[in-house]
Design a binder for this molecule. Structure first.
Ligand code: SAM
Length: 346
């Protein structure tokens, strides 16, 4: 268990929580809307979208990004929902780059709408685009996402690669799907020379189709992969490298990553915060408490410095997510579905 270190002084430039975890990374949900209906993310029940006036404007998001930048955050990932369903997302990316020359700007996308903005992504020197893709079968893709768009995603992945944009492929580990298609994922990593990462299906969002039967521990996937190819573990360079345990595939530049979000947590190195599309600060994925920053951003009398102080103070409430998850195992799943929070790790 991590030990708390008490409140950090308001004079400290960078952001840290009560456990001494430095916060360097913010995930910003640009919208809660999505053009896919992934079974692990969305509930089949009707979801009430956040009304437009409650969604942060791009100008508000830029201001917030500046406040976080001032607090030492140097990595910003746009997520959602699907960030690219929101009109003006490409212009927003350009504005971010214009204001923050050295910010590591990244994006997580389902890859369906990304084709037309590839030149923009190249121009702003996007740090990496993570594409979520759970299958190579058109039928299974349609079953998982509710849309028949696999070919479009694969075309866009190729176009991203051709443009020299760093990409990673992320798949939620689903029993009966990922295990069956593991050879195809390995072949893809080898052929495209990219990172393919598997994340455990997390019990997020009421009414989604999480079940023990669908759950597939990534340790099982890794063992199965080792029967197909020789894997060499890659030491992470720093504790903030990211949560995936990465393995080089012998004879290829492609790599496989395994993210044991459920079976073996990595909360001790968590360096991230989340901002929901309606402007709430979420300190931990598994902690349902959210802190509304939007009223502060919309109040002309509240300065950026005051908001920064507020964020710094709230960070002291960041919990060890695994402890929340363990307590929850006895009850149900987290309140909020993933698309409202902006995804988990990627
Ligand atoms: N629309 C974008 C996309 O598809 O990548 C960004 C948002 S999506 C919520 C972000 C990531 O969260 C996706 O990679 C998705 O696979 C993952 N995700 C959603 N629900 C999940 C769950 N219950 N367990 C694990 N990963 C999940």
């Amino acid at each position: 268990m991590l030990k708390t270190q008490g409140h950090n002084s308001p004079l400290d430039a960078s952001l840290a929580d009560a456990y001494g975890r430095a916060i360097r990374y913010v995930r910003l949900s640009v919208t809660d809307r999505c053009n896919l209906r992934c079974l692990y993310c969305q509930s089949p029940a009707k979801y009430e979208y956040i009304p437009h006036p409650s969604i942060l404007t791009y100008e508000e998001m830029l201001r917030l990004a500046g406040i976080f930048y001032g607090l030492g955050v140097r990595k910003l990932r746009l997520s959602g929902g699907e960030p690219l369903v929101r009109k003006g997302c490409a212009d927003f990316l350009v504005s971010l780059r214009e204001r923050f020359a050295d910010l590591d700007i990244r994006m997580t996308s389902n890859g369906t709408l990304i084709g037309p903005i590839i030149p923009v992504l190249a121009r702003i020197r996007v740090g990496c685009v993570n594409i979520s893709l759970d299958t190579f079968s058109p039928d299974v893709f349609a079953e998982i996402t509710g849309r028949n768009m696999l070919a479009c995603v694969l075309d866009n992945v190729n176009a991203l690669r051709m443009s020299g944009i760093p990409i990673k492929l992320n798949a939620v580990a689903l029993r009966g799907i990922t295990d069956r298609e593991l050879p195809a994922f390995i072949a893809f990593a080898k052929e495209k020379e990219i990172d393919v990462r598997f994340i455990e299906f997390m019990p997020m969002g009421k009414g989604t189709l999480w079940s023990r039967e669908r759950f597939l521990p990534v340790s099982e996937l890794r063992q199965a992969a080792e029967e197909c190819v020789r894997l060499r573990p890659i030491e992470s360079r720093s504790p903030t490298d990211g949560p995936a345990r990465m393995y080089a595939i012998a004879g290829s530049r492609g790599r496989l990553g395994f993210i044991s979000a459920v079976t073996d947590h990595f909360c001790s190195t968590c360096n991230r915060l989340r901002i929901t599309s309606d402007g709430a600060l979420r300190l931990c994925l598994f902690d349902d408490r959210e802190y509304a920053l939007r009223p502060l951003l919309r109040n002309r009398r509240v300065t950026g410095e005051s908001i920064a102080r507020c964020i710094r103070a709230l960070c002291q409430r960041k919990v060890i997510g695994n402890e929340v998850l363990l307590a929850r195992r006895k009850t149900a799943v987290a309140e909020k579905r993933m698309s409202g929070i902006g995804g988990w790790l990627w």
